[in-house]
Design a protein around this ligand. Structure first.
Ligand code: 5GP
Length: 122
C-alpha cells in the first residue's frame, strides 16, 4: 500500500491548506468536514502516514492505535456530541478503499452528530 504524500489531508497536516481545527495532539488532528453530511460532521485524522484502517492496523504502534481511538472520543466530547451529554450520541465511521467509498487516501474517522443520524447504511 503506497501512501500518497500529496493527498489533501497530508497537505492539511503540513499546514499547506487551512482547516477549521477542533483538536490536535501527538496522534491526531481533528477538524470540521468541508462538506458536512449532518449538523455536526468532524474528521479525526491520524498524524501518521497511513492510507486506511488496514494499513494502520498492520503498521501502527500500539500507542498510535490507542491515541487514535481515544482521540475520537475526546473530539466527540469537545464538539458536544458525546453520549455523556443529554441529547448527545453520535456515529463514527471509517471508509476503506473503493467499495467503502473512501475519497481521501489518508486514514480518518468521521464523527456525525448534533441530530439523529438515521439509517446506518443507505
Ligand atoms: P472519505 O470519503 O475519504 O471517507 O471522506 C473524505 C471527507 O473529506 C469527505 O467527507 C470530504 O467532504 C472531506 N474533505 C475533502 N476535502 C476536504 C478539505 O479540503 N477540507 C476538509 N475540511 N474536508 C475535506
Amino acid at each position: 500500500m503506497t501512501y500518497d504524500k500529496n493527498n489533501i489531508f497530508a497537505k492539511i497536516l503540513r499546514g499547506e491548506i487551512p482547516c477549521k481545527k477542533i483538536y490536535e495532539d501527538e496522534y491526531v488532528l481533528a477538524f470540521y468536514d468541508i462538506n458536512p453530511q449532518k449538523k455536526i460532521h468532524a474528521l479525526v485524522v491520524s498524524k501518521g502516514e497511513y492510507v486506511n484502517l488496514d494499513d494502520f492496523s498492520s503498521k501502527a504502534s500500539d500507542k498510535e492505535i490507542s491515541g487514535l481511538i481515544k482521540g475520537i472520543s475526546l473530539v466527540a466530547k469537545k464538539i458536544g456530541v458525546s453520549d455523556e451529554v443529554k441529547g448527545g450520541g453520535y456515529r463514527s465511521l471509517v471508509n476503506i478503499g473503493e467499495n467503502g467509498g473512501q475519497e481521501v487516501p489518508h486514514l480518518h474517522f468521521h464523527i456525525f452528530g448534533g441530530e439523529k443520524v438515521g439509517k446506518m447504511v443507505s
